[in-house]
Write a protein that binds this ligand. Sequence first.
Ligand code: FMN
Length: 323
Amino acid sequence: MKTRITEMFGIEHPIIQGGMHYVGLAELAAAVSNAGGLGIITGLTQRTPENLAKEIARCKTMTDKPFGVNLTFLPSVTPPDYPGFVQAIIDGGVKVVETAGNNPQKYLPALKEAGIKVIHKCTAVRHALKAQSIGCDAVSVDGFECGGHPGEDDIPNFILLPRAADELTIPFVSSGGMADGRSLVAALAMGAEGMNMGTRFIATQEAPVHENVKQAIVDASELDTRLVMRPLRNTERVLTNPAVERLLEKEKELGANIKFEDIAEEVAGVYPKIMQEGTMDVGAWSCGMVAGLIHDVPTVQELMDRIMSEADGLIKQRLAGLC
Ligand SMILES: Cc1cc2nc3c(=O)[nH]c(=O)nc-3n(C[C@H](O)[C@H](O)[C@H](O)COP(=O)(O)O)c2cc1C
């Protein structure tokens, strides 16, 4: 399948693995790239530019295909060393960066000068247009269904994607709720030129996370996610568990007076414990509604092959047969 996204990133299939904190390590990025998609290392999980440089080098020992690095710009009292991360990406010879969380404008000149393509992930058409206007090469349009941070507009992909198609001239991929060949074909029909998946890639053999995380996704239905931190305007879609329900109770009790400190126990620093140690109830972790469509833990290669052959069959047989 050839789209503006496969051409831009030099990949075989129009499928991207979105950056994921404590999941997007070299093992997963390399597996996705080796299977013909675009794997992405999550920059901030590496904590320092030196560690990121090592992770990029490690990924290069596992794949000779293109892969990217995610740079998430978070609201933070002591911001990470973003210029250092950008330099590590440039020095590492990485050719694609996925930005998210905030406007990446400040770092675009350095990235562009190094010949790096930038795909900005955003949850609103107005943000996608801004990304286009500042020179991003592509956008990842993240609908309300998505795992992680869906923004505050709550527009699902059935509306968001055609709206993006109507407004944008740069290519975009659909993100949020994508799991299989049906997702890909639907996304293409709505004007996207590929898809980005998060949650689906966690439930794969190569995802370097504890088995409990994969099992939790397989066990979950589409009814099992919750939106937390909405009162802080930092909404995150997570899988429910006792810590999440406790957090939601606090939100209800404290209302508009809630502060980050009130819920720090449930959200701060919990990722290593969940992703690496498998202590699932320790806090809130991002997960998409798409969990309801995930019933197995295949290898990345099996997953990608299945998606592409399902998409091929849908387009050539089911859809063509309708006309
Ligand atoms: C566990 C987890 C961690 C994530 N961490 C990040 C992150 O650090 N930066 C980022 O830009 N997106 C992050 N995301 C969002 C994904 O890159 C992707 O946009 C999202 O998962 C798409 O929705 P889906 O889960 O329905 O496929 C995360 C998602 C999950 C499930």
